[in-house]
Write a protein that binds this ligand. Sequence first.
Ligand SMILES: *Cc1c(COP(=O)(O)O)cnc(C)c1O
Length: 394
Amino acid sequence: MQPIMNTYGRLPVTFQKGKGAYVFDEDGKSYLDALSGIAVCGLGHGHPEVSRAIRQQADNLVHTSNLYGIGQQQTLAQKLTRISGMDNVFFGNSGAEANEAAIKIARKYGNDQGVQLPTILVMENAFHGRTMATLTATANPAAHAGFTPLLNGFERVPYNDLAAAQQAVRNNDNIVAILVEPVQGEGGVSCASDAYMNGLRKLCDDKNLLLMLDEIQTGNGRTGKYFAFQHFAWIPDVLTTAKGLGNGVPIGACLAKGKAAHVLQPGNHGSTYGGNPLVCAAANAVVDTIEKENLCARVSELGERIRAAIKEQLQDTGFVTEYRGKGLMIGLVLNTPDSAAEIVKSSLDAGLLLNVTAGNVVRLLPPFILTNQEADLIAQQTSAQIKAFFAAQK
Ligand SMILES: *Cc1c(COP(=O)(O)O)cnc(C)c1O
């Protein structure tokens, strides 16, 4: 019997070391990391500022609990609220926990107003996590299978369909909030249109609903702004983030603004580890580095460069039907009805880490610290793997 529970389909490789955009396996073979631990290590591996912050804080104080003040958490909260324009933050340890906090805010917001069955509007193809509430909010039927009963208080409409959201709100007085990803990562790197996002903001304003953005994957510079909502001219009521915030140290954050910021009161929610000194020290170093090195602009530049290079190399082949994404969230929709999972394996053999999501979407989530040369190498190797995949199909 394997001592680790069988919850992941793992690739047959074990990494021992990482430096910048590269990781190294037990035999010393190097891999160019175009996945960043699933959008987590935006600053790459072994970033000196983050490593120093973790070392120093580990020597100083790792944990005290939220029974007491935590200086590093206070500092991080100030930075995140300044950057986002939100009012306050709750810290948890993961993306799912950040969304749990958002879901609890929405429910209490509804219950405080006497709404009978506070309901959150969620989207098709959404991914919000694996806990029971976030699993319910997630759209994937395969992820639901075997875990009934799911929670009530969720209603689902198609993504990027403003009329469907408007109609759902019109027909159901219990809807108190809309939870949506500005770019659906797991759902196939689908970008919401500007009109859709602006329309959801207006709908929530008109109907007094909370607009809750799941920026667990899109936050912390990934799309070329610190948060993806900053591509628009408004602010959400609730904002969750996690993946890139700690560069690999587990942390999640749920930010709130205005009426949403006053919903949770002492005793309503908590986490033993959430926002402890160690993780917040790491996250403070991450946020400082992103700002100091102007990495959001660099992300836009690198994203354009990689997308353009792949397009140039593949546009005459017909293998890619759509080039998706924003910044360094890149999705290549392959012209195949079958799963393209073999590309992950062949890329691994060739020393490139990438991912396939939604069956046929090759997904790249490279680190922000790439050199132009590394970016070109990712584009060239990814194109070569896609060509090899289609050559083998014949
Ligand atoms: C990864 C992800 C989550 C879940 O985060 P965990 O840290 O795995 O719990 C939720 N929402 C989105 C959009 C994500 O990409």
